[in-house]
Write a protein of this length. Sequence first.
Length: 148
Amino acid sequence: MALTMHKAAENEDKSAWPAEIAAEFAREANNPNPCVGSTLLSETERTRVWIIRLAPGERVGFHRHVLDYFWTSVSGGRGRQHVHDGTTIECSYQPGETRHETYGKGEFKVHDLENLGDREMVFMTVEFKDSANQPMPLPAGVRPQAAA
């Protein structure tokens, strides 16, 4: 079981997901998405630093967490997640709010995130590559290009 400092959900629902969400989740299961943010800002031998920027109504699709990590809400806001256990949760986030998650060998979490608010929602996520699981390879073009 992953050690998670869970964010308390304001709403939690186990009803069936819309067909397009369920289909996207099935595609991720067959082709795991290691991009846990909108943009990879920095990567070293030890860490990957990601940012998520979501306009009102925008959604980042399903992605897979296998590495220990933490996230910080930069802007605050309200979001909805579909989680791999079939749960849909809604949460409010405060600026500076931070949560840490740790995964044992073979453990992971898959989820998405949708901005339910009326302003941009921004998160920073830092993954630790020296976790119990190996980092998943990133798709071509995700890493920042070196300045010329």
